[in-house]
Ligand binder design. Sequence first.
Ligand SMILES: *Cc1c(COP(=O)(O)O)cnc(C)c1O
Length: 430
Amino acid sequence: MSDSPAFGFDTLQIHAGARPDPATGARQTPIYQTTAYVFRDAEHAAALFNLQEVGYIYSRLTNPTVAVLQERIATLEGGVGAVCCSSGHAAQIMALFPLMGPGTNVVASTRLYGGTITQFSQTIKRFGWSAKFVDFDDEAAVAEAIDDNTRAVFCESIANPGGYITDIPAIAAIADKAGVPLIVDNTSATPYLCNPIALGATLVVHSTTKYLTGNGTVTGGCIVDSGKFDWSASDKFPSLSAPEPAYHGLKFHETFGPLAFTFHGIAIGLRDLGMTMNPQAAHYTLMGIETLSLRMQRHVANAMDVAAWLETHEHVAGVTYAGLPSSPYNGRVETVCPKGAGALFTVALKGGYDACVKFVDSLEIFSHVANLGDTRSLVIHSASTTHRQLSPEQQKAAGASPEVVRISIGIEDTADLKADLDQALNKAHG
Ligand SMILES: *Cc1c(COP(=O)(O)O)cnc(C)c1O
């Protein structure tokens, strides 16, 4: 089928990018477990290597199974193209790579996945890049942080560890005015709940490890391009606007137009950084995406039920879930993620750090793991794990204080989830 956006989300999550296998008629997308592809002749090979013809060369760059997933996610996000890669963190580097150079910076929200804060505050310095962390509720501070060397603004739609929703239209307007792209990590929301591109984002990144795959089987990442940013409007993005020496002076933006970022991601990013998604991982994620809307509806309904119940529990000091009327971010649900505030939130326990540790050790249905977005309910004490490398100030800003536990609500029966939480809370406070 064609990938017309006229089709509904439930149809596109099953069909976009896929067609019966032309060689065999196989209805399900085959796992093309191959490293290389035979060239028709030497001329064909040369045209492929010159980017004059689109086709398969080598699976570090492109693979037919991965290509279906790329088209599927791009369609669901309303983008023009997507590049899949080996993990969510790889996607973040791949998103920044064409934009940044030594001495440039990214203006990032303080409310991010712990690993992203570490990647941005420490590791990217090795490339000569830097990050400026700002409270994204302070719009004046975001605008002020953007300077001549800023090449991107970065935030999460529904921010890990949960309970916070970014005002994407407001941040997009600031980035737009400054002439820099807005990158939104849409992992916790998924394209079913939030469409950052429709709200003004330039690029969307995903850890497909989470809800898109949905069952905790494989790691993966994806970068989706809106195709809307004018890379040639300034001299800030020479990787996309200036002649590329590795391709005989080809200019990506001039040559590929709205697909410039996607082509660069494959022809330069995957070719030289090699953070490639393998076809087995793409297969698992394609299987997961087919049921994305069904799972997200249940995740959201369960999260609403459990969060509201937890809020009234005698051992609970507070619940930060943007779906609850008590949340200061409840008012943003309507514009940013109208189908629900996701299934990730934090709960603060009256007993502090010690109670949190006892609580996670006492749960039986919930697993204590460094993951989220699984069909299974998961829990983690962020301060002693994912956010352990951060300073106390960074932990607090990220919503991962020591007295707080992060919960990722699965799609089990909520009666069972509440009973499990109740017995663990009682043990933690016994
Ligand atoms: C997990 C996660 C990442 C990192 O993804 P990996 O696949 O683990 O590399 C980035 N951002 C968010 C919001 C995440 O939840």
